[in-house]
Write a protein of this length. Structure first.
Lengths: 309, 309, 309
């Protein structure tokens, strides 16, 4: 039966789809595109990975990437976290932490984890921060995460990715259906909580590329004793009460989480702000050294892409 | 008669409009949407407040908010001034003053009051600076201003606003029909004039929410002796020749205008640049203290939305 | 024969075109606009200069300027380099060099010469940096460059420009058809080469406005002995191994190229970073003085527009 569905898909693709990976439905302006890649996939049965137009409830259309194959497909790219300058400590381009310098008076930093500000384009999502209206508008159940080398072309995102996984138990439903709502409940704000006590949800993951061991090749060797692999964790605090937004692939056990969690508020007390930035303290023992607390070069130079389904 | 028109409106809404607040007219690409909310309202007779698509003369369409009810409606949101970091003195995000630091060599700062640069989205207009092509393209007669709490959702802008008013004597007609042209004639540039002598137009306002007394709950107590309520004033200079772009709700009498006027050029001599920023010296005696010269917390944390009609 | 073609054009324009300079072809969403101004011109035979919609391969449409008359027309505006603050040394707005401060650890700076990040709008292309998807997507043969006074309106770009020229031997074909590909092969990166040895291509130009002598009125008098006029040069290094992206109107002979080449990487060793910025060392002997190494005021305050054909 699965076999037969695959065949039908193949025929459909041959007849209608292969000439373009951009599908357009309905007639603009009579409202237009589906709201998510999942909805789009349901309409067509099966579709290739690629760029598609989606619409917001207000009728704005935007182009994004749909992963139409992993675990049944229907994953909408809603954001990418790109470290443009590991040496810049909360400078221009640190939209997922702060562009205001390390500053105790700006505890939420830029605040983009829980507002409706959007930026970037899908074509440049591996070279710059990206956030589209789907981030706050789509009501989803699960998430998928890709770590893709900086500057990779769209067609190469999946084949070149160094780590990929997804959740599968509809966890988002209990947190408002998306990260916008989740982070409203778990603010990414300095001093809004402390390590351990105020950690947000940790959700088990299924690996699509990589495994428990991958993490030790990506995060620094010292970090290994501070986390448990196999999870995605939202909003956690380090020893100095700095808020980190996302711990990819793991659940923190210790409190030196700035070496393997990303995004954050606007203040990092340790090291005079050396940890302030989208990839926080990934370079604590040197840029890309993969020594002590430092992440590997390939991790430091990969963008983190967030998908909803 | 007014009664009867209201009824007709109600029927129209029931039949056609209530399923969506986004109206689309004509067939894209055959030029498309109206140029302003006023034009749109004329086409339909009456419409609810909400998000609508408009078109520029070059055929670009953009989404913005229309106030379709205040004083007959037809008000187009063209800009919002958002103070993203009161502690950042002409840093990233200070688009309505300067993102170049306090600098005498950059007397106009970013220059956005009188150029065609656009930024932001209407959905995020209470969380970030916003400026759409209507700002420089629509030819209007009057203005309306809303002070809306930071981060409020579109549907909540009007109900949650802390201060709202409009002008009613077609003053824009004599200044080129919009702020772009007005500020070409009254440049927001450091040292382009002095206090009193070179103040731009002060236009009487009609309050839609609030009154003369509201101002004293919003601006600092010391400021009260420096202004006359009941006006909107464009381009004024303080004691140190810093240019401020907009004084909302008042006409300056004294010269310490940086405590109740917003936007500006790129240089503020007093206090080593502590007044450089979108909300200038609103925090002179502490952030949100409403003591001496400091504005209230609710004013400091509200975005200023500008409408044309 | 040329005469007759001109006449036919005139008639066409009278009948169809003059009511709008925005042409729309086909029916959105059935894919839509031509991919370049050249393609558009081929469809119509002749068209006036102005703003037109183009489409990317993924179906996104964007508005840009087409020069439809110079040397047969068909030139697509793909980028503009705007110096927003000559006193800001790799600060906000220096997108064609670096917004990260002068920093040896960020050798490519913002990297926008060879990535797919886009920014700005055509309406504001003389007041802000501009880069559209055509920059990396159009496959072209030649380039044209305009130096246009800051803030000029679209209709006034050509008449007010201070220098204009184009290439004519299809040089882009051997460099991948556009600057995105050219700069992949010739990275704009500090220390990726040295003066003379690693200079990228220098292509002869034909002047459309100005001549060999114009350069001496635009660049500083000292610069004259350091270049040969009549070329456009891509990627060159100065004495201190700083990478410059584009030398407009000339081929460098000496190594003090930061006074007449623009754009660049993220590090300029000389003068503690005083040369870091979109217009590098144009102000070395004072802003706009046109003395010693300094460029003229009119050059310093003009945007550099890049066209493909």
């Amino acid at each position: 039966m699965a076999q037969w569905v695959m065949l039908m898909c193949f025929l459909l693709l041959n007849l209608e789809m292969l000439e373009s990976t951009t599908i357009m439905l309905g007639n603009y302006p009579s409202v237009s595109y589906p709201k998510s890649c999942k909805e789009l996939l349901h309409l067509y049965g099966c579709l290739p990975d690629g760029l598609y137009f989606l619409s917001t409830s207000s009728g704005t259309s935007y182009l994004t990437f749909c992963d139409m194959t992993t675990d049944g497909g229907g994953w909408t790219l809603v954001a990418s976290i790109h470290e443009n300058n590991m040496y810049g400590k909360c400078t221009v381009g640190d939209r997922w932490s702060s562009q205001q310098g390390n500053n105790e008076n700006v505890p939420e930093g830029d605040g983009n984890w829980s507002n409706k500000v959007t930026f970037g384009t899908v074509e440049a999502a591996s070279s710059d921060d990206f956030k589209n209206p789907g981030y706050y508008e789509i009501i989803a159940e699960d998430m998928s995460v890709w770590h893709v080398p900086n500057g990779a072309n769209v067609d190469n995102w999946k084949p070149s990715s160094i780590f990929r996984y997804h959740t599968q138990k509809n966890f988002l439903t209990q947190y408002g259906g998306n990260l916008y709502n989740l982070y409203k409940a778990y603010p990414v704000r300095y001093n809004a909580g402390v390590c351990h006590t105020n950690t947000g949800p940790s959700i088990p993951i299924v690996y699509d590329f990589g495994n428990d061991e991958s993490l030790s090749t990506l995060y620094g060797p010292n970090s290994k004793r501070e986390y448990e692999p196999g999870y995605i964790t939202f909003r956690a605090f380090n020893n100095e009460k700095a808020a980190l937004a996302l711990c990819s692939g793991l659940k923190p056990k210790g409190c030196n989480i700035e070496h393997f969690c990303i995004g954050g508020g606007g203040f990092f007390a340790e090291g005079s702000g050396r940890q302030c930035g989208d990839f926080a303290g990934f370079d604590w023992n040197g840029y890309g050294t993969h020594s002590q607390w430092s992440a590997s070069k390939e991790m430091t130079e990969s963008v983190v892409m967030l998908f909803y389904r």
